[in-house]
Design a protein around this ligand. Structure first.
Ligand code: ATP
Ligand code: MG
Length: 242
């Protein structure tokens, strides 16, 4: 479904992603781990078009999208949540989701339709009761729910989640993991970044590890969690038993 071929991105003298190749197959849940500054968010920005790759190619569903901007990639079915969640504070939750439903893949044709779909999505993520509230009033968990509803409103086939679980308590994490599994069951392919390693390992079919802009390991959750390079760069010895 998604293929990166030797993708690189530098900021001035700093190479944030170097010569990185990976694939994500239809229907998979792929987890991406690595220390702070490894290049994970930069990689997501290269996939979603917020950054353009300096070299290499990004291929989505067999088509080269390397030069497309974020709006065009979104229309093809790539959506993401942001590590730093920033809803439109002065719009209601319903309006936030409605906006997303007017853009993206297979957008709503009318405002009425967009509103109806937005209501359904809010219900789906457990925010139906807050539809008329302003986004600025939300708790963290509810901001995360809204962020997901906005991403889903663009009808993605590939969804990138950048630390969507960060800051949640253990029971909220369990709930969020169930939501991720349900999304996959509904046909959406998932690529996620998390520092909550146990949660990531439990939900992922396959895991990729990065350090200093490079892929250092890839395999089953167990293979990556026990890989000496990953333990040294990121997990530390105690995660050996994760
Ligand atoms: N827009 C930018 N301009 C300059 N440097 C940047 C920019 N975006 C990222 N970087 C740098 O690129 C490197 C990779 O950053 P990135 O945000 O991709 O890391 P990350 O793996 O997502 O880290 P974290 O786990 O902390 O979110 C870091 O050194 C960061 O400072
Ligand atoms: Mg990041």
């Amino acid at each position: 479904m998604l293929q990166l071929e030797n993708v690189a991105k530098a900021f001035g003298g700093l190479t944030a992603v170097q010569n990185l190749s990976l694939t994500v197959s239809q229907g998979e849940i792929v987890g991406l781990i690595g220390p702070n500054g490894a290049g994970k968010t930069t990689l997501f920005n290269l996939i979603t078009g917020f950054y353009k790759a300096d070299t290499g190619r990004v291929v989505f569903q067999g088509q080269d999208i390397t030069r497309l901007g974020p709006a065009d990639r979104c229309k093809r079915g790539i959506a993401r949540t942001f590590q730093h969640v920033r809803p439109f504070q002065h719009l209601t939750l319903l309006e936030n989701v409605e906006v997303a439903r007017i853009y993206g893949r297979d957008p709503a044709n009318t405002r009425t339709q967009a509103q109806r779909d937005a209501r359904e999505l809010l219900q789906h993520v457990g925010l139906a009761e807050n539809a008329g509230a302003h986004a600025s009033s939300l708790t963290l968990m509810n901001r995360k729910r809204l962020e997901l509803a906005r991403a889903l409103a663009t009808r993605p086939t590939l969804l990138l989640l950048d630390e969507w679980l960060a800051g949640l308590n253990p029971s909220e994490v369990r709930e969020a993991l169930d939501m991720i599994r349900a999304l996959r069951a509904s046909g959406i392919t998932i690529f996620l970044v998390e520092h909550l390693v146990k949660a990531l390992l439990s939900v992922s079919d396959r895991v990729i590890a990065m350090d200093a802009g490079e892929k250092i390991a890839e395999g089953t959750p167990m293979e990556v969690a026990t890989n000496p390079k990953v333990i040294e760069a990121y997990l530390g010895p105690e995660m050996h038993h994760a």
